[in-house]
Design a protein around this ligand. Sequence first.
Ligand SMILES: Cc1cc2nc3c(=O)[nH]c(=O)nc-3n(C[C@H](O)[C@H](O)[C@H](O)COP(=O)(O)OP(=O)(O)OC[C@H]3O[C@@H](n4cnc5c(N)ncnc54)[C@H](O)[C@@H]3O)c2cc1C
Length: 263
Amino acid sequence: MTPFVYHRPTQLADALALLRDEQARPIAGGMTLIPTLKQGLAQPAALVDLAGIDVLYGIRLADGVIEIGAMTRHYDVATSPLVIAHLPGLADLAGQIGDLQVRNRGTIGGSVANNDPAADYPAAVLALCAEVVTDRRSISADAFFTGMFETALEPGEIVTAVRFPAPRRCAYAKFANPVSGYALAGVFVGVHAEGTRVAVTGAGPCVFRASAIEAVLARDPAAASFDAALLGPDGLASDLHASAAYRAQLARVLAARAVARLT
Ligand SMILES: Cc1cc2nc3c(=O)[nH]c(=O)nc-3n(C[C@H](O)[C@H](O)[C@H](O)COP(=O)(O)OP(=O)(O)OC[C@H]3O[C@@H](n4cnc5c(N)ncnc54)[C@H](O)[C@@H]3O)c2cc1C
């Protein structure tokens, strides 16, 4: 690990001022960033710890929208009565992330900013038409996740919250890597007044919507299975954990499980 200066501001404005330095990086729970530093894959000159900034925490409901502060831990999302009542699929998803230690340190802001292709939250953010709120704008989920570990965030821009409009129903189904807990594939289904959205994580280089499965659900909201023509291996990831064909099969089965779980 190369040396760096450590800052722990208590005001958002102070953090943003520190992050104007292009060599500075924000740190949330450090669940991804600290291993990255240890391996020398990132060598920031300064770390700006967001943990002391109170306005980045908390879960609120206003006008049918649940806003979750960027520093809110996975454990707090999983156990929040508000989330359980309005976004049961999201509470279920957060409770399946990694293990208890990871859920007690990892944050929703760090997870969406990192956009790991196997992370769980991106599927919920995309299927639930969420808005990622930053210090300078609000970005729709459709525009936020731009590629593997890539997002629409600009240098020095930080996620302050994620806003989820309450869906009619939602559910998540995941097949976890037994070692890490990350999704080999995970499918989130959100049913909205405007239609049903189905988002797949873990299977490809970046979270994506399964539009052919969405079209089937528009005709038959309780469809119990999805055939291979609706989601094939093209463009999916193939590695030592699973082939693209296996991931496609998993995603189709998980989509059916998520539909069956809709509450
Ligand atoms: C053993 C293990 C198992 C895991 N299993 C899963 C799993 O099953 N599913 C899953 O989804 N995830 C999993 N994770 C990931 C974990 O849950 C965290 O969500 C993820 O590592 C991000 O961690 P963090 O919030 O501590 O962010 P950090 O590690 O602190 O930061 C991650 C990145 O985001 C940036 N960042 C942090 N906060 C912000 C912000 N507010 N605005 C802008 N940029 C920001 C940082 O600069 C850094 O680049 C696992 C991690 C570990 C170590």
